[in-house]
Design a protein around this ligand. Structure first.
Ligand SMILES: O=C(CO)[C@H](O)[C@H](O)COP(=O)(O)O
Length: 208
């Protein structure tokens, strides 16, 4: 089980310094969507350069132009790029072709997918690598969490690896670990912690 650290709100220099502090407890470093909007692929390139032993994920949340946009992430050194599950199937097939051409992985973010079982089946038919259950920041602010969607995902996904994100922290980690996703994604709990190293360690220790 891998811990993915999501870096969403920092500038490049602060994010590199922050990641360096917690890196020993983290398997995948996510260059988050706001970060990518702010820095572009420079953020992905710099993280790949500074952390050659970590896998880098570019959280592009692609919605169109699947092949081209995913290629930007893989060219920059990302091991993973993300695409939205609500995208057209053609867009997902294009991004998956880029993943195959670069020998990297495609993560389908299932945020706002209404019929999860049907979309999971279609994504597996297309052959995507990883399906990510995701309760977004705005949904979290309305009191939602990803545990029920993760239960649906674990019941229906037959081939794809499973990731989960959405406000997970050291107090809630155990119920997510119990459902055995391959990847647990944590952003604000580590990023906003008084002691980020202790929070990252507590979360990673719960996964071992
Ligand atoms: O993709 C994201 C927001 O769109 C976040 O990176 C992801 O949800 C993890 O952050 P948090 O743990 O704060 O929810």
């Amino acid at each position: 089980m891998k811990l993915q650290l999501a870096l969403d709100e920092m500038n490049l220099v602060d994010a590199l310094r922050f990641a360096d502090k917690v890196a020993e407890h983290v398997d995948i470093i996510e260059v988050g969507t706001p970060f990518v909007m702010d820095e572009g692929m420079r953020g992905v390139r710099e993280f790949h350069r500074f952390f050659p032993d970590k896998e880098i994920l570019a959280d592009l949340k692609i919605m169109d132009g699947g092949y081209l946009e995913a290629s930007y992430a893989y060219e920059a050194g990302a091991a993973y790029a993300t695409i939205l599950g609500v995208s057209d199937n053609l867009t997902i097939e294009g991004a998956l072709k880029a993943a195959r051409d670069y020998d990297r992985k495609l993560v389908v973010d299932m945020i706002c997918v209404e019929n999860l079982p049907a979309r999971i089946a279609k994504m597996e038919e297309i052959g995507v690598d990883i399906l990510a259950v995701h309760t977004g920041a705005d949904q979290q602010a309305a009191g939602r969490e990803p545990i029920q969607d993760l239960q649906v995902m674990t019941e229906h996904a037959k081939k794809a690896q499973i990731a989960v994100a959405g406000g997970i922290n050291s107090k809630t980690i155990d119920k997510y670990v119990a459902l055995k996703p391959e990847i647990i994604i944590v952003g604000s709990a580590i990023g906003h912690a008084d002691d980020p190293v202790a929070e990252a360690k507590a979360i990673k220790d719960a996964m071992l």
